[in-house]
Design a protein around this ligand. Sequence first.
Ligand SMILES: Nc1ncnc2c1ncn2[C@@H]1O[C@H](COP(=O)(O)OP(=O)(O)OP(=O)(O)O)[C@@H](O)[C@H]1O
Ligand SMILES: [Mg+2]
Length: 508
Amino acid sequence: MQSEPILEMRDITKIFPGVRALDGVTFDLFPGEIHALVGENGAGKSTLMKILGGVYPERGGEIRIDGKSRQFNGVRDAERAGVAVVFQELSLVRELTVGENIFLGREPSRLGIVDWDRLYAQAASFLRELGVDINPRARVGSLGTGRQQMVEIAKALSHDARILVLDEPTAALTDAESKHLFAVLSGLRRRGIGIIYISHRLQEVLEISDRITVLRDGKTVDTAPVARLTEQQLIVRMVGREVSQLFPRTNRTVGDVAFEARHISVPDPARRERLLVDDVSFAIRKGEVLGIAGLMGAGRTELLTALFGASPAGFTGEVLLDGQLVKIRNPADAIAHGIGLVTEDRKRSGLVLDETVLTNMTLVALQRVSGAFVTDQAREIHAGKPLFESLRIKAPSLFSIARTLSGGTQQKVVLAKWLLNDAKVLFFDEPTRGIDVGAKAEIYQLIDRLAQSGVAILMVSSELPEVLGLSDRILVLRQGRIAGEFSRDRATPEAVMACAIGGTATAA
Ligand SMILES: Nc1ncnc2c1ncn2[C@@H]1O[C@H](COP(=O)(O)OP(=O)(O)OP(=O)(O)O)[C@@H](O)[C@H]1O
Ligand SMILES: [Mg+2]
């Protein structure tokens, strides 16, 4: 590696009310290296990067860039020093164009008037450098997440950043988009840019980074060259213990059919004659986990959303619960029938950011029991506490405000809410996105326990090992239709993938 680090962070400390988020963290970065930062949910990764990015001026310790000590009093200061951060929550303005976003607040102008031609030409040239085909005049809101990510990176390049931070960039990307991102990062690395990369996908971290730093509970566990680490060692460092059995499986007995969907079709809200889900039928038994595999855009999320009563254009077909036909016109209907939906999109899952963890956890359950918002706090605590502990929700207390929790921890709260609701049927849509390995194992255990207690579970996940590891049966969706069904023992990764893509594999 090259001689001098471009960045040195020494003894960084950050205290929030009731939480020591960072406690003497040390981190450095060389030009032309990809340095991964990993750790459990709430370990302090995003906080460290927000300090580097000038979001939190108040902190202990020292930041040196090119050997010079710096104090950033805002994002602008950090940008001027060559630091660009692509935050976990993307921060583009959806209503503005790509070009406007890239140059926001720094629009090229002549005689005080924005020079739009120049702005779009320059934006186009930054996008070209990244090898992406994005129209700089397109509205950011019209782009998918992968492309928005690229716009964020183009914006960083336009700042002449020499230190680029990516906080969980691939959490919402497809495989192809991730591959493209890695190619772009390799190019930037060759140009001598130092990259800090945060991800819970350990395989990917091992693949693309030069060094890895592990944080745990706000402290640096260690920094090591990637060549010296295996995935298992990395996990032990992150979690502080062995995670031996990722996919637990108790002996479950499958009961009667709990949920049945007949001839479900979901129209595209923009073009009603086009079907996102096309004549899909299936049944789930009590105690059964039915997995749904398929590529991005195969209609998986649309199916779950529609069956939960939350799709904008509704759906056609019949839904039966315990053999009885039921009407599901909106999420309230679904909840009243004991159906829950856990998604990676925390807003869609109904997380109220300005409420406490406890309120979020018990909102649905107690409403159902008491039929009103009159709640009894003692009962809430009694219901919430055991789950708070078993899910290891990393918050100072049950009364912490959801907004102050780390991304993955918020996801655990969403999960807790549905677990408390005594659901009979649970839909999971990418339930562990952005969740650390230790917590994943706990969530898998919970899913297994729920099934054991007779809940019928429908699960969508893009992580094939997750679908294969948890499901009793797997349906493969392709272009809105069922392309195949696999029993647990016939479902190999190759066969399921081939079926999802439309190869020649025969379904069992
Ligand atoms: N604005 C804030 N106010 C209070 N506490 C905060 C705030 N931001 C973060 N924290 C706390 O600081 C700790 C570190 O959070 P941080 O977001 O840095 O974790 P993370 O490692 O990025 O986790 P994840 O993998 O879930 O994104 C957590 O305990 C979190 O609840
Ligand atoms: Mg984070």
